[in-house]
Design a protein around this ligand. Structure first.
Ligand code: IMP
Ligand code: MG
Length: 184
């Protein structure tokens, strides 16, 4: 597998800024509960909430992984929401929507709690592999069917800490190969 630089950190920063600007407009005067889906969203979530100009509360949910047994398409909530969600404005933050099975499970879990509103913000959408319909209210990037790593996204739990996003592709040369830059 050959890593190719797909989205530079600077482009990610611009996209996160644009998403935050829209969210700031839509939620002004509100006090939403921002719910990140672990683990992939942790970096995106951290950058996004620091650009929001109103008080937020932060929560995380976690799902069982179905990767490796993808044909079953089974996914279950491992750690659900702990804070009361009834009548709250909830904004879910996800790294990437692929088949849509994971995020549908999260949205269904949260809508059962009767929130005042429920919206989804995803950094990346891979619509070509969708198996269930998903409405993404705030979206950063749409990408083709490639496996991505970096900026929270992992391959076997590695590469989450890369500032840029790479795609892993078949090939025999490695332009833009993964480099970990040591700044300190
Ligand atoms: P879905 O249920 O197929 O939509 O998959 C969503 C979850 O799988 C995401 O939240 C990611 O954690 C993971 N995932 C999907 N595509 C990728 C990828 O290209 N790189 C890394 N993780 C991915
Ligand atoms: Mg995820």
């Amino acid at each position: 597998m050959v890593p190719r630089l797909l989205i530079r950190h600077q482009e990610i920063e611009t996209a996160v800024g644009n998403l935050a600007a829209r969210i700031n407009q839509d939620y002004s005067g509100k006090n939403p509960l921002v719910v990140g889906v672990l683990k992939g969203s942790f970096i995106f979530m951290a950058d996004l909430v620091r650009l929001l100009g109103f008080p937020v509360e932060v929560e995380f949910v976690r799902l069982s992984s179905y990767r490796g047994s993808e044909s079953s398409g089974k996914v279950a909530m491992v750690n659900g929401l702990r804070s009361p969600a009834r009548a709250r404005d909830i904004l879910v933050v996800e790294d990437i929507v692929d088949t849509g099975l994971s995020i549908s499970c999260v949205m269904a879990h949260l809508s059962r709690k009767k929130p005042a509103s429920l919206k989804l913000c995803a950094l990346v959408d891979k619509p070509s592999r969708r198996r269930v319909p998903v409405t993404i209210d705030y979206l950063g990037f749409t990408v083709p069917d490639r496996f991505l790593v970096g900026y929270g996204l992992d391959f076997n739990e590695k590469f989450r800490n890369l500032p840029d996003i790479y795609s892993l592709e078949e090939g025999d040369s490695a332009p833009g190969a993964i480099t970990f830059v040591r700044r300190y």
